[in-house]
Design a protein around this ligand. Structure first.
Ligand code: PMP
Length: 299
């Protein structure tokens, strides 16, 4: 389903310090970031007028760029403000926010130190990442063919555009086969994550999740671990072999876009949308909505 193309919408995009009319937020063909993958981005969600964990996202953006050996010419506070300005300029209170930084077009070739670093922030209304019914019945996924690369091979801790190349290939393959997403193993063959979200499993009331050192340690992942521990649910971070999936009764994925989404199937393994998944879906939604948070704090 394709709506209005993303280059033809109304509103404003924050580009290099200025709120720019949406259609004018363009870059040149000979941008280093486009040719050599020198681009890092964030995905944030604003709920009821508040961007959830905004500064953590801005900090990760700055760090992602440093890992790729470039410096964003704005502070974390300035990036936070750019995100707030862009949602305000577009009159949004519930939105997805997308900051992106990239190397410009002063220098071509593999070396790119002399390029200006640009920063843009766009925001738009983006509903549920998966079919909303998925929260009740879970999404069907398949195993990916590509694996998350060894951190010695790729800058795994950076939310770098280039690392999404294999995610897009796998997401396409999954959708072609009738699945909602693909679950990737790491380069050693342990369970890693989905194409845009981290993964959790439940066995005997305990949460198990892969150690996040070969992939992004998601902000949602860390939030859900805290929520589970607050509920007294034990959380174990460890290496998980695909054959172990037969022992798990529940599975869900976590991410800013995906929020907490139950999984009913990974390849031949099946899961139920059980009590722990349902509890964490709701705890997360209550936490991210400031109005519901206030009600919970008062009660
Ligand atoms: N892994 C990948 C590959 C992702 O794209 C995302 C979404 N940014 C995540 C994990 C989850 O990260 P977060 O919870 O910070 O959004």
């Amino acid at each position: 389903m394709v709506g209005i193309p993303y280059d033809q919408r109304d509103g404003f995009i924050w580009l290099d310090g200025k709120l720019t009319p949406w259609a004018e937020a363009t870059l040149h063909l000979l941008s280093h970031g486009l040719h050599y993958g020198g681009a890092v981005f964030e995905g944030e969600r604003m709920y009821d007028g508040e961007i959830f964990k905004l500064s953590e996202h801005s900090e990760r953006l700055v760090e992602s760029a440093r890992i790729l050996d470039f410096e964003i010419p704005y502070t974390v506070a300035e990036i936070d403000q750019a995100c707030r300005d862009v949602v305000a300029a577009n009159g949004l209170t519930n939105a997805y926010v997308r900051p992106i930084a990239w190397r410009g077009s002063e220098q071509m070739g593999v070396a790119g130190q002399n390029n200006t670093v640009h920063l843009g922030v766009a925001a738009w209304d983006w509903g549920s990442y998966f079919d909303p019914a998925a929260r009740l019945k879970g999404i069907r996924t398949t195993f990916a063919q590509y694996r998350r690369p060894d951190p010695a091979t790729a800058p795994s801790k950076s939310k770098a555009a280039g690392l999404y190349m294999i995610c897009t290939i796998e997401k396409h393959r999954a959708e072609r086969l009738g699945y909602a997403d693909a679950v990737m193993l790491d380069w050693r063959g342990y369970v890693a994550e989905a194409t845009g979200a981290n993964i959790f499993f439940v066995k005997d009331g305990v949460l198990h999740t892969p150690e996040a050192w070969a992939f992004l340690n998601g902000i949602t992942r860390r939030t859900v671990i805290d929520l589970a521990r607050k509920r007294g649910i034990e959380v174990v971070e460890r290496l998980i072999k695909p054959e172990e999936l037969t022992d798990f009764t529940e599975c869900f994925i976590t991410g800013t876009a995906a929020e907490v989404t139950p999984v009913s199937e990974i390849g031949e393994y099946h899961f139920e949308v059980g009590e722990i998944s349902k509890t964490l879906v709701n705890d997360y939604l209550n936490l991210v909505h400031p109005q519901q948070r206030a009600v919970a704090a008062a009660s």
